[in-house]
Design a protein around this ligand. Structure first.
Ligand SMILES: [Fe+2]
Ligand SMILES: [Fe+2]
Length: 134
């Protein structure tokens, strides 16, 4: 099984509950990457989108609960980004599975993970740490 993105320390936001969930997301993205090369990639990708949607909901709930508890001023903007992800995944799930390119799904997930975690989630982690979360 190839590993298309690797967990690196630079992804750590310093809050262990969030980091653990991000590691699980890396594993799911790697499944997307692997399934892009399979014969039955359409079905594998549809199933993965389903799993990713479920896991992302759980993860966004974790982050959004932290934001609320610690009165994070940038919460609205951050939640908007989560909503955009929810919309993109839902749109891919609503399309006929034969029209969804597995490699595009992988690329989207990978780019989203890099951009969102290294930007928005890092900023959130820093704020939470400064305010006593761990
Ligand atoms: Fe996150
Ligand atoms: Fe986030």
């Amino acid at each position: 099984m190839s590993s298309c993105i690797k967990w690196e320390n630079k992804f750590s936001v310093g809050i262990s509950a969030i980091d653990e969930e991000h590691k699980m997301m890396v594993a799911l993205i790697n499944e997307a990457c692997d399934s892009a090369e399979l014969m039955d990639a359409d079905d594998a990708t549809a199933e993965l989108l389903q799993n990713m949607k479920a896991y992302a909901e759980r993860h966004f709930a974790t982050e959004e609960a932290f934001m609320q508890q610690y009165e994070y001023a940038a919460m609205a903007t951050h939640v908007q980004k989560h909503n955009l992800f929810r919309e993109r995944v839902a749109a891919a799930m609503n399309r006929d599975k034969h029209d969804v390119d597995p490699y595009n799904v992988f690329q989207f997930l990978r780019d989203w993970f890099h951009g969102h975690v290294l930007g928005d989630d890092k900023a959130l982690g820093l704020y939470l740490k400064q305010n006593g979360a761990r």
